[in-house]
Design a protein around this ligand. Structure first.
Ligand SMILES: NC(=O)c1ccc[n+]([C@@H]2O[C@H](COP(=O)([O-])OP(=O)(O)OC[C@H]3O[C@@H](n4cnc5c(N)ncnc54)[C@H](OP(=O)(O)O)[C@@H]3O)[C@@H](O)[C@H]2O)c1
Length: 264
């Protein structure tokens, strides 16, 4: 499918690894000029900069000024902005609600929700000027399936999905579509890094991290396809939504969860 994305300018947050990295690669392959923000570069992101029109910007997007600096970099470098992918989000695994104090709630909301609020606020004047523009927010299945072990993260993702609809209502009439992608488990460092969810699950199931992500997670989480999602699969959906091919799609959240959610 021709996505008609060539020469557009995109900002991707949380771009060094996982879904963000896969999205940068997919956009770069389509000829998009990508400005990629995370606190540190990874060898994989650096390699993409050699291959495509990808610029890495070191930025802490949990701070009040981070998003502004990232968007400013894109507009200064390319003179316009067409696409914003609010990919950043993070949590720690909790034992339950009583463990999470105010500072943890604030930290998770800063990274997972306010990073998207701030990036959208910084980007929207430029997206409106460009016209035919798009924001894609990476939410989570936890926006509708809130788990006690990620209670704060689930609430932040529900807020992000809610914001998606509000922004879509306000800005779709002015040429900016806003959609969300809500993945179930995805094979990223969030799971696979040392200390990640695969290790946590492996310890309680008495197995290896590899077995935990390939077998235990799909079975215990009710993933109908029997496997977790690959980052590239999320990136492909993001590209479709960011592209003019999805020109009449706005205000919607798309699950990509292998059938984990059991209601429509
Ligand atoms: N993986 C899953 O199973 C899953 C499922 C549902 C939804 N999601 C959502 O998908 C999105 C991407 O998740 P992922 O699993 O791909 O994440 P990941 O593998 O943990 O990668 C996170 C990226 O964000 C960057 N980052 C972290 N904190 C940052 C900060 N304060 N400022 C700037 N960059 C920061 C990291 O680089 P630095 O540390 O160098 O900054 C890294 O590049 C998140 O919103 C997540 O909630 C993931």
């Amino acid at each position: 499918m021709e996505l008609h994305l060539k020469d557009k300018v995109a900002v991707v947050t949380g771009a060094g690894k996982g879904i963000g990295l896969a999205t940068v690669e997919a956009l770069g392959r389509e000829g998009v000029r990508v400005v990629a923000g995370s606190r540190s570069a990874t060898p994989e992101l650096t390699a993409l900069s050699d291959k495509y029109d990808v610029t890495f910007v070191p930025v802490d997007l949990a701070t009040p000024d981070g998003a502004d600096a990232l968007v400013r970099h894109a507009v200064d470098a390319h003179g316009r902005l067409d696409i914003l992918v609010n990919n950043l989000g993070a949590t720690d695994s909790r034992s339950g609600f009583l463990e999470v104090d105010d500072s943890e709630w604030r930290r998770v909301f800063d990274v997972t929700f306010f990073s998207a609020v701030r990036a959208s606020r910084a980007a929207l004047p430029h997206l409106l000027e460009a016209g035919d523009a798009a924001i894609v927010n990476i939410s989570s299945i936890n926006a509708r399936l809130p788990y006690p072990m990620v209670v704060d993260y689930s609430a932040a993702k529900a807020a992000l999905t809610n914001l998606t609809k509000a922004l879509s209502e306000e800005f779709a009439p002015r040429g900016v579509r806003v959609n969300a992608v809500a993945p179930g488990p995805v094979r990223t460092p969030f799971w696979t890094a040392p200390g990640g969810l695969a290790e946590v699950m492996a310890a309680s199931a008495g197995t290896t991290p590899q077995e935990a992500i390939d077998v235990v997670a799909p079975r215990t989480m009710g993933i109908s396809t029997g496997r977790v999602t690959e980052p590239q699969e999320v990136a492909d959906l993001v590209l479709f939504l960011a592209s003019p091919v999805a020109g009449n799609v706005t205000g919607t959240e798309f699950l990509i969860d292998g059938g984990q959610a059991k209601t429509i």
